[in-house]
Design a protein around this ligand. Structure first.
Ligand SMILES: C[S@@+](CC[C@H](N)C(=O)[O-])C[C@H]1O[C@@H](n2cnc3c(N)ncnc32)[C@H](O)[C@@H]1O
Length: 166
């Protein structure tokens, strides 16, 4: 899905919650080379580093971010299996998208039940951030529906006003 909207293989990609580097590997195989990964788990980062597909890897807590990155740095943010129960809350997206360039893309791979769970307020966060849905696909894993959602920034949002207690 990403490859269609991002033919430029030099595009800067931010893999948030990269884990052991599965996404980095797939992107590298597809020809992308400018991939930065972050994760809270140092052990996962060691494994990802051994794959030699990331430009850099950093220990980083998406819910308590340190000033490690600049605004408008990345063309794309990708996240697979990170925004879910027991991991990262949707409010972390508010900080994350500040790293996206104007008109940058956000690719989320996310459980359908989590995405549509009213208590997570995912839809509210997406609306607040003015992310426009470009494409949506789904697949099933262990009988569970998984969504692949490709969003594009529609212009930078105001940095206040969202209830980040979700
Ligand atoms: C299900 S794994 C997915 C890993 C990888 N994206 C993949 O698809 O293989 C979720 C990842 O989110 C990371 N994670 C959980 N909470 C986090 C946080 N607050 N900040 C950064 N990473 C976090 C975990 O360490 C784990 O690597």
């Amino acid at each position: 899905m990403l490859y269609n909207v991002l033919p430029d293989k030099t595009a800067s990609i931010f893999d948030v919650g990269c884990g052991t580097g599965l996404i980095g590997e797939a992107l590298s195989k597809a020809g992308y080379s400018d991939i930065v990964g972050v994760d809270i788990s140092q052990n996962s980062l060691y494994v990802a580093n051994n794959k030699q597909v990331y430009k850099s890897l950093h220990k980083f807590d998406l819910e308590n971010p340190t000033p490690l990155f600049n605004n408008d740095m990345f063309d794309v943010i990708v996240s697979m299996g990170v925004f879910t129960y027991g991991h990262v809350k949707p409010s972390a997206l508010v900080n994350l998208v500040s790293y996206l360039k104007n008109s940058g893309f956000l690719l989320l791979v996310i459980r359908e039940d989590y995405f549509n769970d009213d208590t997570t307020s995912f839809h509210e966060v997406i609306k607040y951030l003015r992310l426009g849905l470009v494409r949506q696909e789904k697949f099933y894993l262990d009988g569970r529906e998984i969504l692949i959602l490709l969003y594009q920034m529609q212009g930078k949002m105001a940095q206040s006003g969202l209830n980040t207690s979700y």
